[in-house]
Design a protein around this ligand. Structure first.
Ligand SMILES: Nc1nc2c(c(=O)[nH]1)N=C([C@H](O)[C@@H](O)CO)CN2
Length: 117
């Protein structure tokens, strides 16, 4: 299976369950792996036939700025649905890291897989 990926995309969003987290934005890091057959794009050397990682990145940053969830689980689930519907992605793996949430850890968060390969 071919895929298009985005690593460590930094987004700013209001996220968290505690009162202080509802008043400020925090940084999340996203790793995305999205199934996409790249053969036609490679054959034609044409962006039209592939999944534009720049367009997906823009969409994710806009999504983060427009939503304010409590849980990273909700962020992940809602974003996965949004990306699959908007870009016609059949399968994706999405990891959301919230750096600094647990000071003793480099990162904490969730990783989900949705759809069929
Ligand atoms: N599984 C989760 N655990 C926790 C979350 C979360 O979103 N998912 N969130 C918090 C707090 O918001 C925390 O990040 C503040 O430091 C705690 N646990």
């Amino acid at each position: 299976m071919d895929s298009v990926f985005i690593e460590q995309l930094a987004v700013e969003t209001i996220i968290g369950v505690y009162d202080w987290e509802r008043t400020m934005s925090q940084r999340l890091l996203l790793d995305l792996n999205m199934a996409w057959d790249i053969r036609q794009a490679a054959r034609d050397d044409d962006l039209q036939h592939t999944l534009d990682y720049a367009a997906v990145s823009e969409h994710v940053m806009t999504f983060a700025g427009e939503h304010s969830f409590q849980l990273v689980e909700t962020f992940a689930e809602r974003l996965a649905v949004e990306l699959m519907q908007t870009f016609g992605i059949s399968w994706l793996r999405l990891k959301i890291t919230k750096p600094g949430a647990v000071p003793q850890a480099r990162g904490v968060g969730v990783e989900i897989e949705r759809g069929c390969r």
